[in-house]
Design a protein around this ligand. Structure first.
Ligand SMILES: Cc1cc2nc3c(=O)[nH]c(=O)nc-3n(C[C@H](O)[C@H](O)[C@H](O)COP(=O)(O)O)c2cc1C
Length: 409
């Protein structure tokens, strides 16, 4: 049982078995378990369209048992892309491809979530494997031309990066409109959950932190001014997004700069977001300038869980914990400690798309492979006694996830 948890009283009622496999209901959507696939940019879309590659990529995590399968940051406008291969939802033409994805995810029992993103001054960048820097001449030769960017000020991300246009107060309604229209298209495409990307130094986060936002108008200055854009985006999206569907908000709980955005600021923001109809705060961190996944490479398992715990307790809002969560026992312990309502898995799911099924076996809730899709689960259950008879453990044998070992003579 979460010790001090706020998702809802019904969600916190005692049940048998691990919390990780206890369904979670937010508004009108029930997730089959508390594991969510992290938003992870694939940098592989053409003109922002969802294609067969995305269907297979996300589909495998639905087959793998995730309660929620999330898209990567999906650009709300052409200039909101991080890089040329971003998924997009800036036009009605994007809806049909995304609808195929949500239909498939639903058919496999997963709730579908879309993360809405705006790159701000961190746009117009190369794919990670092309260098992760500003789009340059070599990229232009491939057809990846740089594009104009916007930000809180005209300070560029770094040398060689496009100098952003500093949004003035008259530009903001257009940004709000882009987010709201994107929410309408996400609904048309059949998504169950929306997440606003308010972290990692992108547009919304760049307004939040005093390290980047040095404006003196309504959208800068004190905490209330710097939070204004985030709150207006949340309100605009909430208005367009059905009341029966949950809205999440990802924030960088701290931005890692000594004079920057603090955990206390995140608690204040979470309270205001909750008042505007945000149902869950996804507690990430960092990313002011580079990639969080890269800058966090050397951190310890569960390094951001404490943020989810503090925000949950002090803002009284449901939270998700993310960051180097590597197996079912670790994920279950996070929920048992009352640190979060959901657990988000990123790179470990890239390594093991069947992370959820393996966690279920590790926690002893699926000895007979009932959670697997039938054509696989039936065979795996049938194989198990045969394996045990010849002394092979591991490799699909419940309760033992170590590598298969031959029986000792
Ligand atoms: C390949 C990759 C792409 C990512 N893309 C996004 C993204 O689109 N939006 C986002 O909010 N975070 C993104 N992230 C960060 C992840 O969502 C996650 O917060 C981070 O990887 C830490 O979790 P992990 O240790 O389980 O990977 C990305 C991370 C990776 C590895």
């Amino acid at each position: 049982m979460p010790a001090d948890g706020p998702a809802s009283r019904d969600n916190d009622r005692p049940r048998d078995g691990p919390l990780l496999f206890t369904p979670l209901t937010l508004r009108g959507v029930t997730m089959r378990n508390r594991l969510m696939l992290a938003p992870m940019n694939q940098h592989s879309a053409i003109d922002g369209h969802a294609d067969d590659g995305l269907l297979v990529h996300l589909g495998k995590f639905a087959l793998g048992g995730f309660g929620i399968v999330t898209t990567e940051a999906t650009a709300v406008s052409l200039s909101a892309r991080i890089g040329p291969g971003d998924l997009g939802i800036w036009s009605d033409d994007h809806i049909a491809g995304l609808k195929r994805v949500t239909s498939y995810l639903r058919s496999r029992g997963a709730a579908s979530a879309m993360q809405l993103g705006h790159s701000g001054r961190k746009g117009s960048t190369q794919r990670p494997w092309d260098g992760f820097g500003a789009l340059a001449d070599a990229d232009a030769a491939r057809g990846d031309l740089p594009w104009p960017l916007v930000g809180p000020t005209s300070e560029a991300l770094g040398e060689g990066h496009v100098v952003p246009h500093a949004l003035d107060a008259q530009d903001i309604p257009k940004i709000l409109c882009e987010f709201a229209d994107a929410a309408g298209r996400a609904e048309a495409a059949g998504f169950d959950i929306l997440e606003i990307h308010g972290g990692h130094g992108y547009l919304i986060a760049s307004f939040l932190t005093p390290v980047i936002n040095r404006r003196r108008d309504l959208y800068g200055g004190d905490l209330a001014g710097r939070m204004r854009l985030a709150l207006e985006v949340a309100a605009a999206v909430r208005e367009r997004w059905p009341r029966t569907k949950p809205l999440f908000f990802r924030m960088s709980s701290v931005d890692g700069h000594p004079d920057g955005w603090s955990l206390g600021d995140s608690v204040a923001l979470a309270r205001e977001l909750k008042a505007r109809g945000v149902d869950l705060v996804d507690c990430s961190s960092g990313g002011l300038r580079g990639s969080t996944a890269i800058e966090n490479a050397s951190r310890f398992p569960g390094y951001q869980v404490e943020y989810a715990r503090t925000i949950r307790r002090e803002a009284g809002v449901a939270t998700a914990a993310v960051g180097l969560i590597l197996d079912g026992r670790q994920a279950e312990a996070i929920l048992q400690a009352g640190s979060a309502d959901l657990v988000i898995i990123g790179r470990q799911a890239l390594y093991d798309p069947y992370f959820v099924h393996h966690a279920a076996q590790q926690l002893g809730v699926d000895p007979d492979f009932d959670r697997w899709d039938l054509p696989a689960g039936w065979w795996l259950a049938k194989r198990r006694p045969g394996l045990e008879a010849i002394g092979l453990t591991g490799a699909g044998v419940p309760g033992n996830t170590s590598a298969a070992k031959p029986k000792k003579e």
